[in-house]
Design a protein around this ligand. Structure first.
Ligand code: HPA
Length: 247
């Protein structure tokens, strides 16, 4: 089953006919919100609001392990993570959608593995390509079907937040090869890989990253650009579910 994790601006998935909302508890605690099971354009999917139902959980306080474990126990095999990011590359202006194929983790202090409980064997997952190639391809196909311009590929840099970055931090990230910057990509992607779930990210440019435009970054600007980009995300996801074949 396909899961959509909704980020900032996507607290609910428009077009999802919710059939059941389930509170799930895991050995790592509670996920960000109840899991919403339902039909989205003729496919059974499950939706999870990453920042909680009231958008009140900041990126560094999200219980990523509980979120991924809850989805795994619900039978989820694929996750599309919708995430607000800042655009670093000149090809990624506000409201653009991108599907990254690489990431760099700048976060610290987050609980980032399932493989650390006493008695668990030391396990190193392969993370050379952190996102599912199959899902990236399907998102590219969906963009073509929807007639949307979506940038396929690019490097997502994940910062700790919740503050935005300094201009110097963004310049460093650019030198590192980052094309976009967000705060929730990790450890979510790594935990999905540990759980054996195919995972891809649909990133929406909410703003130019710090120092990439002469203007201060405001919440109003972020919300305006997200609203625009998320309309396209809904169209993209509608085409994506048409490429899945389970009942
Ligand atoms: N930086 C980090 N995370 C973000 C940004 C940003 O500029 N915009 C939206 N999420």
């Amino acid at each position: 089953m396909l899961a959509i994790i909704g980020g900032s601006g996507l607290g609910r998935l428009q077009g999802l006919e919710i059939r059941e909302r389930k509170s799930v508890s895991t050995e790592y605690g509670e996920p960000s919100a109840r899991l919403s099971f339902g039909r989205f354009h003729d496919l059974n999917v499950v939706f999870l609001a990453r920042h909680g139902d009231h958008h009140s959980i900041p990126p560094h306080r999200i219980n990523y392990r509980a979120n991924i474990r809850a989805l795994q126990s619900a039978g989820v095999t694929h996750i599309v993570s919708v995430a607000a990011v800042g655009g670093i590359g000149a090809h990624l202006p506000p409201a653009t959608i991108a599907v990254p194929d690489q990431l760099i983790d700048y976060t610290h202090g987050r609980k980032s593995t399932f493989f650390e409980d006493p008695g668990t064997e030391v396990t190193h997952i392969d993370f050379t390509w952190p996102y599912s190639k199959g899902l990236i391809d399907r998102l590219g196909q969906s963009a073509e079907l929807a007639g949307l311009k979506v940038v396929i590929g690019g490097t997502y840099g994940c910062t700790q937040g919740p503050r935005l970055e300094t201009a110097a931090e963004i310049l460093r990230m650019e030198r590192d090869g980052c094309d976009m910057v967000g705060m929730t990509g990790m450890p979510e992607a790594a935990l999905a890989r540990e759980a054996g779930i195919e995972y891809a990210c649909c990133a929406v440019m909410a703003n130019w990253a710090a120092g990439k435009s002469p203007f201060e970054i405001t919440m109003q600007e972020i919300e305006r650009n997200l609203a625009k980009g998320l309309n396209d995300v809904a169209l993209l996801l509608e085409k994506l579910v048409g490429l899945f074949e389970y009942p």
